[in-house]
Each structure stands twice: as C-alpha cells, then as structure tokens.
Design a protein around this ligand. Structure first.
Ligand SMILES: Cc1ncc(COP(=O)(O)O)c(C=O)c1O
Length: 364
C-alpha cells in the first residue's frame, strides 16, 4: 500500500505544457509566441460578449444555444455531429480518454503538436512519434508506425510548430491505410489560413467514414483564444461518446454568444486572412533574406532555423529579442533546438521583430 494517493500510470511522465512567453509581462511587449490572431476579435464578438454580462447568474445552455447550428451552417456540416469544447484541447483530451486504454499506442508525427503526447500519457498509453520528411508529416512513416496496439493517429494539418501541411489526397491515403478500429484525428486548428488548392480540412473524410474526427478552434482566425472555444465534427457514434464525457456546462454563455457573432462577421475573418497572407509571405522572404532556413508555412506563423555558429543561434537571438520586449517562440520542447517560431502579428510587431532580427544577425 502506498503512503499517499498515487496518480495513474503515465501521469508523472507528463511535462506540463508551457505556453509562449510575453503574454502577461508589464510594459510594451510584442508577443509573437502563441500563434494568436494579428487583428484581434470581431467587434461584433466583443459586443456579444459584453451583452452576455446581463445573464451571468443563469447557467449556460448545455447544448450551446445557437452555436452548433451557426458552425454547421458556416461550414456546411450536420449540426448533430458537432461537439464543442473549452478549446479544441478539451475535445482532444476527451477523445484520448475515450479511445485509449493503458498500454495502448497513439501516433503523432515527430514534430506534431505537443498536446497529443500529453493527453496520450495521461491515459497510461504510449505516444509513438512517426518520423517526418522535410518537417512534414509523412504518411508512409505514420502507417509504418502502426502496431496492433495503435488506437489513435493524431495529425495536425497544418502542423504547429512547423507550419507544413499534407494535401487532401495524402490524408485520404493515410485513412485508407488504417484499420477501421483506429481513430484518425485531423486537427485543422489552422485550416482557415491554408491557401493551397490541394488542401482539405478533413470534413469530407469525417462525413464518409466511421473513424475520423476533425477538430477546429476559435482561438486562431476568430481571435477568441482567451474564451476557450473549439469544436469537432465527428461520426454520430463518436459525437455521442464525447457528449457523455464532457461536463454539462463546458462552455460559458459569453463564449457561446461571442462565438456565434464571430462566425457571422465574415468580413473580419477575410481581413484577418488577407493580413496573414501578406505578412506570412513577407516574413518568409525577409527571414530567408537574412540567411535563416525558413520552412514554408501554410498557417499564421513561420518556423526559422538559425546558424549554429556562436553569436547567431536561436537561443541567443531569443535573448536579444526578449531584451527588446519582443517574444518569439523557442521550440526546444519539440526537439527543434536551433529554431524560433514567429507568429504573424500586427504590422508594427512584425516590423519591429524583423528589424531586431536584422540587427541581431548583422552584429559583428
Ligand atoms: C495544432 C493545434 N491544435 C490545437 C490547438 C489548441 O487550440 P485551442 O485553443 O482550441 O485549445 C493549438 C493551439 O495552439 C494548435 O496549435
């Protein structure tokens, strides 16, 4: 017998998630470390949030009021198969809890979003990293990593922190190669930002199969990260499972109302996407011009590899930027020791970050 309560298997292997720096620091800072939106939320979402203050004494609608129909309409999906969560993180965790048992395996790509590993370990299951090719998910490597113990494959498309994506045809090839009892989770948190014509969010794979879920978020293009709002489009039997697991009031009324209003402000989303496209290209070009190795990004951030010579490394660049109130994201927890990830931010923040990097790399 243990002398004190002990957590379940795997839980103490979890290294708690560390978010991007700069969010709550005093003074004038530029935070380009958490892939937040450059333009902020829709004014309509802010108004709806404020209006909801009048209803704070009343429990929220556990079925999310008009939010599911609004998501369904905007994305052309069946509202009955949409579940919402306090961030897409919450839904990912419910999926892991529902479909992984101790000893099972879940696969993620080598530089896949870190949450997949955390939620897998939390179930006493093993997180299997499939090698990537050119910092991009590799369908053949993922399929080669499948074992009789595999229960879930997580794929972020585009992926964070690499910004790379695989085309819809590759997603379908991945699905076709998986046993039907393996759940394929397609995390399209950055799906709105992709411009490539061969990209697919995964919604049609969900609609035509029993073992695919697509997750999305309001934290990125809708700029509501602080409200914690995500959703998933699922086969009916999986929506039913997540609805049993989620707590009854997992979304607040201000969140539901702001979400509905954000979906309605199509012009704001378009402005946000236009800003992202312009600055993503510009940041990519300028960082490449500085001699950094930039990974082509389909999302709202750019990953850059620094030279290995002393005085030019990512860690020294990070310290140099931090002294000037500029915060990019170190990605050592992804095994990318000499890279920094730069979120596409406001024009001011982008210009200042690029100027600081220019000064850093120009120093003798
Ligand atoms: C790939 C990916 N998926 C999911 C999330 C989580 O989003 P949410 O804020 O909806 O929990 C993030 C957040 O950075 C992400 O990068």
């Amino acid at each position: 017998m243990s002398a004190r309560p002990e957590p379940g298997p795997g839980i103490l292997e979890i290294r708690p998630y560390v978010g991007g720096k700069g969010g709550h620091l005093p003074g004038r800072v530029h935070k380009l470390s958490s892939n937040e939106s450059a333009l902020g939320p829709s004014p309509a979402a802010l108004e709806a949030y404020a209006r909801a203050a009048a209803t704070l004494s009343v429990y929220p609608d556990g079925g999310y009021g008009g939010l599911r129909p609004a998501i369904a309409e905007r994305h052309g999906l069946d509202a009955g198969r949409i579940v919402c969560g306090a961030g897409s993180d919450e839904i990912l965790a419910h999926l892991a809890h529902a479909y992984l048992r101790p000893g099972d395996e879940a696969i993620h790509s080598a530089h896949g979003f870190t949450i997949y590993r955390l939620i897998t370990l939390a179930e006493g299951a093993s997180a299997i990293a499939a090698p990537e090719r050119n910092l991009t998910s590799d369908v053949d490597a993922i399929l080669a990593s499948v074992s009789p113990l595999t229960r879930i494959v997580f794929i972020a498309n585009p992926n964070n922190p690499t910004g790379t994506y695989i085309p819809g045809a590759e997603l379908r090839r991945l699905h076709a190669g998986l046993r039907p009892d393996i759940l394929l989770v397609i995390d399209a948190a950055y799906g709105e930002y992709v411009e490539a014509s061969d990209y697919e969010t995964g919604a049609s794979l969900v609609a035509s199969s029993e073992n695919v879920v697509m997750t999305r978020t309001f934290s990125k293009v809708h700029a509501l990260a602080a409200l914690r709002l995500g959703w998933a489009f699922c086969p009916a039997h999986i929506a039913d499972v997540v609805n049993r697991l989620r707590l009854p009031f997992n979304l607040t009324t201000p969140t539901i109302e702001a979400g509905i209003a954000a979906l309605g402000d199509v012009a704001h989303v378009e402005a946000s996407l236009a800003h992202n496209a312009v600055w993503r290209a510009r940041i990519t070009e300028e960082l490449s011009g500085l001699g950094l190795e930039v990974t082509p990004s389909a999302a709202n951030f750019v990953l850059a590899k620094f030279p290995s010579e002393p005085g030019r490394t990512a860690s020294e660049a990070d310290a140099f930027l931090n002294q000037r109130g500029i915060y990019l994201r170190r990605v050592t927890d992804y095994g990318l020791d000499n890279h920094l990830r730069m979120t596409v931010a406001s024009e001011d923040a982008n210009r200042e970050a690029l100027a600081a990097l220019r000064a850093f790399l120009a120093a003798p």
